[in-house]
Unconditional design. Structure first.
Length: 304
């Protein structure tokens, strides 16, 4: 009998790609969504409401594995106090809802695998290379990820193998982080942001999906893992490479940081700061990144 993987956030960019990857290797997939969607041969849809703390419990009770991707888009709206609360609650309370179903039913799943982000190390610039043992940041990004992971850690108390995937900027075809940049760079209007020295740990969505598949099958995977290419790409380098893929050299000056702060407010930290991260822990397990060269990865994305 095929194993079933419950994916929260399964209708998003990463979720859709992950669903295809899971089906391709023989799993059935269940997806929790805010609205009811018609089932297919390989995908079963269930509903939940995080604010009301309601859920179709069969989604959890029928799962062998749970991959938890759900969370409000951190870059979608300005960081008002209300929006910050929504961002944290969407991660913390959604995790709590799943946990409560498992705890009350004494259901034992094979693994709980939660998304997280390299933002856990804080929105700062610097030369330090962050490993999974680096201290958490004390700003909003660090606090959000800390609470996100703390909620996931509860599953360990139920004797469930728990993995946390600290993701960098996700690149993919016609979606993800790259989708916001391509219209500007396509028209030869791209440039670096702020100082351009902020690091941009990135990963292609196919590699990210492979990490989740590895987390399912590799019983030695537990705890946090940085999921980003360790090539020390900074914003200036990324911008230069993307322009090169489009066939030109950047001719515009860097966008001043103060202008970005005026437009985005506190949320400007997403684009004006960035940490270096190490993927050594993941690679020591034998994981191999398929997309590790930035220029070739961008070409691959834009050729689709």
């Amino acid at each position: 009998m095929k194993k079933n993987v419950l994916v929260t956030g399964g209708t998003g960019f990463v979720g859709k790609e992950l669903t295809k990857a899971l089906i391709n290797v023989g799993y059935t997939v269940s997806i929790l969504s805010r609205t009811k969607i018609k089932n297919t041969v390989s995908v079963f849809y269930y509903t939940w409401d995080i604010e009301k703390q309601t859920i179709e419990k069969d989604a959890v009770l029928n799962a062998d594995y749970i991959i938890h991707l759900a969370g409000a888009n951190i870059a979608e709206k300005p960081w008002t106090n209300k929006r910050k609360e929504q961002i944290i609650n969407s991660r913390e309370r959604s995790t709590q809802l799943i946990y409560s179903v498992l705890k009350k039913s004494n259901k034992k799943i094979d693994a709980f695998i939660s998304a997280s982000a390299v933002g856990i190390y804080g929105a700062v610039n610097g030369q330090e290379i962050c490993t999974e043992n680096t201290a958490f940041g004390d700003d909003f990004l660090g606090l959000t990820c800390k609470k996100w992971e703390a909620a996931a850690d509860q599953f360990e108390k139920l004797g469930i193998r728990t993995v946390k995937v600290r993701t960098g900027l996700v690149l993919g075809e016609n979606d993800g982080f790259l989708n916001k940049l391509t219209p500007i760079f396509k028209w030869r209007l791209g440039s670096a942001l702020g100082s351009g020295k902020q690091y941009m740990p990135w990963i292609h969505v196919e590699d990210l999906c492979e990490i989740y598949l590895e987390a399912i099958k590799n019983l030695n995977m537990e705890g946090p893992y940085n999921a980003a290419i360790n090539d020390n790409t900074d914003n200036a380098g990324f911008s230069k490479t993307l322009a090169n893929v489009y066939g030109y050299k950047i001719w515009l000056p860097n966008v001043p940081g103060f202008l970005i702060k005026m437009v985005l407010g506190e949320m400007s930290k997403i684009v004006l700061t960035g940490r270096r991260v190490s993927s050594d822990k993941l690679e020591e397990l034998g994981f191999h990144f398929k997309h590790s060269d930035l220029k070739e990865t961008l070409r691959y994305c834009l050729s689709k």
